[in-house]
Design a protein around this ligand. Structure first.
Ligand SMILES: *Cc1c(COP(=O)(O)O)cnc(C)c1O
Length: 351
């Protein structure tokens, strides 16, 4: 038993050692002189999203807590990206994996989990994923529990967590201490790690959560209550949770910017124009929030840098967020927002 755990931990540590850091991509826009934008490309992980970091941490956490044994089934509730990364690591460790996902999850994500040997347990109501995952756990599966454990499974003081990585990569830049870091909140793990690390390092950098309009974190944060639920469903996967997740830490967030879905989609489309490759909807949400904060900085005459994340690969949304027919069926028209964003980054006189 202990021998298998030792070997499993060694496998995960070897995988981490083989992995390279993700790029911090730089952009400047004509309309924002003196302001540097940085994009941490988390889509570059082997399993395609920032959830690669989380899945590695969750498996290590389960193993080192003695909760995971040889041959045991592994389960988690997910909107898809986590399921793909967890399936990837389950395969590495030779463990059977089942993902509990909303039936409306992007088809490519469901296919990706299956291609990695995972099983998909699809539920109609996204709010039921938690209960269903608990049911699997009651039947003997190890619940990785991203929503319950993301915030503590990551080493927030360092160990090459995402915050330490970003700040290290900024070291030689003109503004190495960013004015803002902008990220989404799904499990809340990323914002918790970044918020804690900023304090640990004694920086003035502020943390902004970019949230789909009307989602639970925004309402809960604004009204200071943890029982908030979402008023509006979002098509942006990975963020915009229906409830305030246990890992959403209000105290370390300085600002929440709410973004309508059409703007997030426009943001994702704009990212493709900027970088020549596709990223997912939550990356678009992040970009919209960055432009809002940068506009405030510019209007106050401030210079500095902003950092945000490119959370996952856009190919996953070819049949959804990048399909005009799919968007039209849902009454989402990103074109006006896209035009406005192009104008906003190009500035006056760009025609
Ligand atoms: C999970 C996720 C996020 C949010 O990250 P958390 O650390 O879980 O809060 C953002 N975008 C995508 C695509 C995700 O899968």
């Amino acid at each position: 038993m202990r021998a298998w755990v030792r070997e499993a931990v060694a496998l995960l540590r070897r995988e981490a050692a083989r992995s390279a850091d993700t790029h911090l991509l730089h952009q400047r826009f004509p309309a924002f002189p003196g302001i540097d934008f940085y994009f941490k490309d988390e889509a570059a992980h082997p399993s395609g999203s920032l959830k690669h970091r989380l899945a590695r941490s969750l498996f290590l956490y389960a193993l080192c807590n003695g909760r995971l044994r040889e041959g045991q089934q592994v389960v988690d509730a997910s909107s898809g990206s986590t399921a793909i990364s967890e399936a990837w690591f389950a395969r590495l460790l030779g463990l059977p994996f089942v993902a509990v996902m909303p039936a409306c999850t992007a088809p490519r994500k469901i296919a990706a989990v299956r291609a990695l040997g995972g099983q998909c347990d699809l539920v109609d109501d996204p709010a039921h994923v938690y209960m269903r995952a608990e049911w699997h756990a009651a039947n003997g599966a190890c619940h990785l529990d991203q929503f319950g454990l993301a915030e503590r499974a990551t080493d927030w003081r360092g160990n090459n967590n995402i915050a330490e990585s970003i700040l290290g990569q900024l070291q030689r830049e003109p503004h190495p201490e960013p004015a803002w870091v902008v990220c989404g909140a799904g499990t809340g793990g990323t914002s918790a790690t970044i918020g804690r690390y900023l304090r640990y390092r004694g920086l003035d950098t502020r943390l902004c959560v970019a949230e789909p309009e009307g989602a639970a974190f925004a309402i809960g944060w604004r009204e200071g209550r943890r029982d908030a639920t979402c008023r509006q469903c979002t098509v942006i996967e990975g963020i915009g949770r229906p409830r305030v997740e246990p890992g959403f830490l209000f105290e370390i967030v300085d600002e929440v910017v709410e973004v309508p879905d059409a703007h997030s989609v426009a943001g994702a489309w704009l990212l493709e124009a900027l970088f020549g490759r596709r990223y997912g909807g939550s990356s678009g949400t992040n970009l919209v929030a960055c432009l809002e904060l940068a506009t405030r900085m510019r209007d106050r005459g401030e210079r500095g840098s902003l950092v945000t994340l490119l959370c996952d690969r856009g190919e996953r949304y070819a049949e959804t967020l990048f399909d005009p027919d799919w968007l039209e069926e849902r009454g989402i028209d990103p074109l006006p927002a896209l035009e406005a964003m192009h104008a906003a980054i190009d500035g006056p006189g760009s025609g």
